[in-house]
Design a protein around this ligand. Structure first.
Ligand SMILES: Nc1ncnc2c1ncn2[C@@H]1O[C@H](COP(=O)(O)OP(=O)(O)OP(=O)(O)O)[C@@H](O)[C@H]1O
Length: 386
């Protein structure tokens, strides 16, 4: 959808801001450009809507060389959100949001209707906020208006330059998750500039890590964190990249341990025998239909009662398959538990223990480094490779 071909930008004073850049952003993909100040992220972005012209190379949007498109027309196809939002102070929130549709010659009523729809989509009730002026909004609300305005004419491409950079960390996190939800529905092709690796990892389908004027690594967040391509990238993503990676690595069935399972109606003796046979001091308790009910320990079976039902404890916490390792770990810490059950809907799949979680992380890192599937990587094969 957006394609850079050997793009270089040299400013008149001789600064090379971007040096022979080639990369591609697929349709509907959200790519974050991340790197330290002055590495050329904003220059890259502004070349896409021709606020800056490249010195050499080509940029294609939807297969078309943008050098041949009238810049004004081009910009109407590309939403643009910046940190200082740039709302018109004397226009209401609704009018601000309707700016591009109005420029495109939409009828006033239709433009306002669309603007109201968009405000709703970004979580601002148009009947409450529509008639306010920008200085009557909080910083986070202004950013939302900026996003609504950029989306109003339904452009296929969205450029976002540190859009959440000026708000406090709590609001920022909220804006990020709202934006992810929004993107899941609108599926724009997005270039998103940030200098914050956490934000880049959280939002990006892929991340471009910039060094000076060039991309050092262009890959999924999990790969960038697990297998940084260069010492520079490793340093930039931080010493705690293993921890960060937990939040982008999903739990897979092959990661799970299978403890003994017993049914609610099983006699105590059957349950005890099964646990003894498998050498486990505890078991997961399932309902008649295989859904997760709770758990029991060998010790608990010693009390009064004839079936598992009399001894089972309700499960307090579980995570769905596909949740991240971080969510699983966080649930273990929150419930002070040595393991956490993983379910698919109601269906019990297995449990994750800290040891299994660590293995899953190591296997996923090894899989990414070798372009393999995690399910095919075993701890033994990693250790053999040494
Ligand atoms: N108009 C200009 N004239 C000369 N040099 C410029 C100009 N604009 C940017 N630069 C230089 O080009 C380099 C890249 O700047 P750019 O704004 O693209 O970086 P950035 O990664 O977006 O940085 P930041 O995160 O600080 O916004 C920097 O060295 C900057 O000083």
């Amino acid at each position: 959808m957006i394609r850079f071909e050997n793009v270089t930008k040299r400013y008149p004073d001789g600064t090379t801001a971007v040096d022979d850049l080639s990369f591609e952003v697929a349709e509907g993909e959200l790519v974050t450009l991340v790197g330290p100040s002055g590495c050329g992220k904003t220059t890259t972005m502004k070349m896409v809507n021709r606020l800056i012209e490249p010195t050499s190379g080509r940029i294609l949007v939807d297969g078309e060389d943008i050098a041949s498109i009238d810049p004004v027309k081009l910009r109407r196809r590309i939403g643009y959100v910046i940190q200082q939002v740039g709302l018109f102070p004397h226009k209401s929130v609704l009018e601000n949001t309707a700016t591009v549709p109005a420029l495109l010659g939409w009828k006033r009523g239709k433009a306002r209707e669309r603007a109201a729809e968009l405000l709703d989509l970004v979580g601002l009730d148009p009947s409450v906020y529509g008639d306010r002026y920008p200085d009557q909004l909080s910083g986070g609300q202004r950013q939302r208006v900026g996003v609504a305005r950029a989306l109003a004419a339904d452009p296929p491409v969205l450029l976002m330059d540190e859009p959440f950079g000026a708000v406090d960390p709590v609001v920022r996190e909220r804006l990020q998750s709202e934006f992810l939800k929004l993107q899941a529905t609108v599926r724009k092709t997005v270039l998103f500039v940030t200098h914050d690796i956490e934000e880049a990892v959280r939002l990006g389908d892929r991340i471009a890590v910039y060094g000076e004027g060039r991309i050092e690594q262009y890959d999924t967040p999990a790969t960038v964190l697990g297998a940084p391509a260069t010492p520079y990238v490793a340093d930039f993503v931080g010493a705690d990249r293993g921890l960060k990676r937990l939040s982008v690595t999903e739990i897979q069935p092959a990661d799970l341990e299978q403890p003994p399972t017993v049914r609610l109606d099983d006699p105590v003796e059957t349950a005890a025998a099964r646990m003894r046979k498998e050498g486990s001091r505890w078991a997961v308790v399932l309902d008649g239909d295989g859904s997760l009910h709770g758990w029991i320990t060998v010790e608990s079976l010693l009390g009064k009662g004839s079936t598992v039902r009399d001894h089972a404890r309700r499960m307090e916490a579980w995570v769905p398959i596909g949740a991240t390792l971080k969510q699983a770990f966080s649930a273990m810490l929150q419930y002070d538990a040595g393991w956490i059950a993983v379910v698919d809907g109601d269906h019990f799949l297995g449990v994750l223990t800290p040891a299994r979680l660590h293995e899953a992380l190591r296997r996923s890192i090894d899989a990414d480094a070798h372009g393999a599937d995690r399910a095919d990587v075993t701890i033994e094969s990693i250790e053999r490779a040494g």
